[in-house]
Design a protein around this ligand. Structure first.
Ligand SMILES: [Zn+2]
Length: 147
């Protein structure tokens, strides 16, 4: 049975791998012990991870930007076949604010999981494991080496 940390790591690994796939430079994945003030996440999520890219998301083409935002939920889908609305709440709000319908969001998640994460499963697992390790040892930030 996956823990909340397992799920959070799968979510963030999804953002990281799909960001890399669309050509973004990954800077780090940061563990934060407080939820951001503007977060819609529930109190049940005590620890969060944030994926930081060196490439500003504004520089990414709109459709790919939406894919990167949906990528966390794709990560969860690949990990356990489930979607955790709790962890993806902020992303759902962002995609909704961008004008995407529930159906369009669902399609993006499926696309990200099947066409990007599935073929890059080894990288996804590497990042997922490093994240879990960082959380276990309370490392503040996890630097990812660029391939
Ligand atoms: Zn997310």
């Amino acid at each position: 049975m996956p823990t909340v940390d397992d799920q959070v790591c799968a979510h963030e690994a999804g953002h990281a791998v799909i960001g890399l796939a669309v050509g973004m430079q990954l800077h780090s994945i940061e563990a934060i012990n407080n939820r951001p003030l503007d977060s819609h996440l529930s109190d049940s999520i005590k620890r969060a991870l944030v994926t930081n890219f060196s490439t500003p998301i504004e520089d990414v083409e709109e459709r790919l930007r939406h894919l990167v935002i949906a990528a966390g939920m794709a990560g969860e889908a690949i990990f356990s076949g489930k979607r955790y609305e709790e962890i993806g709440k902020d992303d759902l709000v962002r995609l909704g604010n961008a004008g995407l319908s529930e159906n369009q969001i669902k399609k993006l998640i499926t696309l990200g999981a099947d066409d990007v994460l599935h073929p890059n499963h080894a990288l996804f697992e590497d990042i997922w494991n490093s994240e879990l390790d960082a959380l276990e040892h309370n490392c503040p930030a996890l630097a990812i080496a660029q391939k």
